[in-house]
Design a protein around this ligand. Structure first.
Ligand code: ADP
Length: 390
């Protein structure tokens, strides 16, 4: 049977709305991973990871493929055993509890729906696992489907729904158990670009309306920045930086983090003249730039560094003053142009501008020294650069 349940507008709008505490959320203050390690054979996936989630936070776990994001989520969920460390909900140690006893909802990239069960029965499944009585299950499944606007599709099979709708079913299934914490692993990456943006807004709406706490795994900086209240950037199984989206966006702790935050101009250079935490002149291929050193350490003259600049921080000057560069490739982006330029010294840079620039034109470029980020060590960007989403 695949006909929709006859739900009238009246019954839909009078469906019981529950308060977020109604089904027994105990109201944790924080969930903590303390010194968590996880090895697969001899491959270390997580190393001594401390991660804390306070109630009400939306934390995005960000980093390139293979940095340990999914493993961290699976350890929290209880789907992977720990090789070391512990997990706590307030004062209670929970890494010894079975997954369904932890009270967390999960949403995966591949939806993980049962194809032979109706949408409603898929949503009821997690409740059945938790031994919720049958009539209550049905009611709560329908409430959850209402939240994701799929009530009218309750009796369909997953295959009769679009990808976006299937992912909403998966979200409804996670919400139905009224979880203290929802763990989402790249939930939007199987959707096309337009749907991804729509579902992003939907997830944010649910987060705001339902007083949720979310840990969200992604390799997409835009998704992380737009959704999260806090970012956690992982690097090879360790925590590299955490902070608000604004902190991480404007002050990436390393060139590695910068490469995720839209600092598309990343290149090795050398310090010309000693520099401490402050301004430094750096050179690459005879190009000299004044930048800001991002470490308290003193960098001696000649030290290898990595320079990070955002395309939108490079300004095309009105009078052609500044750094001379030839516009090689111009891409149209509506309000702005994305321009690949080559400086007189042969350095390729990416610039975003709202000025009318044509390929073949020679431009003058300017950038404020505080927007030229200088990190110690060369070649640091490569690890992340390979994987980052541009
Ligand atoms: P991410 O989610 O950031 O892409 P993962 O947590 O999936 O990273 O993987 C972290 C590391 O652990 C990688 O080196 C990966 O190859 C390895 N790994 C992940 N799952 C397994 C597994 N089931 N068996 C062996 N190695 C694994």
């Amino acid at each position: 049977m695949t006909t929709s349940a006859p739900v009238t507008a009246a019954t839909a709008t009078t469906a019981p709305t529950r308060t977020s505490r109604a089904h027994g959320r105990t109201g944790f203050q924080r969930v903590q991973m303390r010194g968590v390690s996880r090895r697969y054979g001899r491959t270390p996936a997580l190393m001594d990871l401390d991660l804390e989630l306070a109630r009400g936070e939306f934390v995005a776990l960000l980093g390139p493929s293979g940095c340990g994001k999914s493993t961290a989520l699976a350890c929290l969920a209880g789907l992977q055993p720990l090789s070391g460390g512990s997990i706590w909900r307030d004062e209670e140690r929970i890494d010894t509890l079975r997954p369904e006893r932890r009270g967390f909802g999960m949403v995966f990239q591949n939806y993980a729906l049962f194809p032979h069960l109706t949408v409603r029965r898929n949503v009821e499944f997690g409740l059945a696992m938790r031994r919720v009585p049958r009539p209550v299950r049905r009611e709560r499944a329908m409430e959850a489907l209402e939240l994701v606007q799929l009530r009218d599709h309750a009796e369909k099979l997953p295959a009769q729904l679009s990808g976006g709708q299937q992912q909403r079913v998966a979200i409804a299934r996670a919400l139905a158990i009224d979880p203290e914490l929802i763990l989402m692993d790249e939930p939007l990456s199987n959707l096309d670009a337009a749907l991804r943006v729509e579902m992003r807004t939907e997830i944010k709406r649910l987060y705001q309306e339902r007083d949720l706490t979310v840990l969200y795994v992604t390799h997409d900086q835009e998704e992380a920045l737009s959704l999260a209240t806090r970012l956690v950037v992982l690097r090879a199984g360790r925590l590299e930086q955490t902070g608000t989206p604004e902190q991480v966006y404007t002050q990436p702790a390393s060139a590695y983090v910068a490469s995720f935050m839209g600092y598309r101009n990343l290149f090795p250079a050398r310090v010309a003249g000693a520099a401490d935490a402050g301004r430094a002149v750096v050179t690459t291929a005879d190009l000299m730039l004044e930048g800001t050193v991002q470490t308290p350490a003193v960098l001696p003259s000649g030290a290898e560094v990595t320079v990070a600049m955002r395309p939108e921080d490079l300004a095309v000057t009105a009078d052609g003053s500044g750094l001379r560069a030839l516009a090689e490739v111009v891409e149209y982006h509506g309000r702005e142009l994305s321009v690949r330029v080559r400086t007189e010294q042969g350095v390729v840079l990416h610039v975003r501008t709202d000025r009318p620039v044509r390929a073949g034109e020679t431009l003058g470029l300017a950038i404020a020294p505080e927007r030229v980020l200088v990190y110690p060590g060369a070649g640091e960007q490569r690890e992340a650069g390979r994987e980052r989403d541009e």
